[in-house]
Design a protein around this ligand. Structure first.
Ligand code: AMP
Ligand code: ZN
Length: 136
């Protein structure tokens, strides 16, 4: 249920300080200490689970619902013009804290944040092939 070495479990338990912004039975939302933009929030399940592959459907749904709530607050209260949701699953995908979390990143018209890739049109055949593989 909890991992004593996990910093996010320590935040859930109140053993490590965090700016908590919302919580419910299954989730806690708190501010990221290295925000990509003003208001960058993390949503986590109370129960320790490593990543997207391991999280159960109820906790995943609860985190998604909480992310939606937080995103609405970012728009209403912080004046965000948009929001990015981001999850890193695995080291190759930049995961650094191995307790599942959704980044809820408010976006502001003209803000300088650029995710680390340069969007460019892809090869349509390759896109279709990948889509067919995904669809199974
Ligand atoms: P990721 O790289 O997707 O695993 O994201 C981990 C996030 O946790 C990073 O954005 C960190 O800035 C954030 N983080 C690490 N330690 C803390 C902490 N003690 N309180 C709040 N956010 C943290
Ligand atoms: Zn944990």
């Amino acid at each position: 249920m909890t991992d004593s070495d996990c910093i996010f479990c320590q935040i859930v338990a109140g053993e490590l300080p965090a700016t908590r912004v919302a919580e419910d039975e299954r989730t806690v939302a708190f501010m990221d200490i290295s925000p990509a933009t003003r208001g960058h929030t993390l949503v986590i399940p109370r129960t320790h689970v490593e990543d997207l592959a391991a999280i159960g459907p109820e906790d995943l749904a609860a985190c998604a619902h909480m992310a939606q709530r937080v995103a609405a607050r970012q728009r209403e209260v912080l004046g965000a013009d948009g929001v990015n949701l981001l999850n890193a699953c695995g080291q190759a995908a930049w995961q650094t804290v191995f307790h599942f979390h959704i980044h809820v990143i408010p976006r502001y018209e003209g803000d300088p944040l650029r995710l680390p890739w340069t969007p460019a049109p892809g090869d349509p055949d390759e896109i279709r092939a990948a889509g067919e593989e995904l669809a199974g």
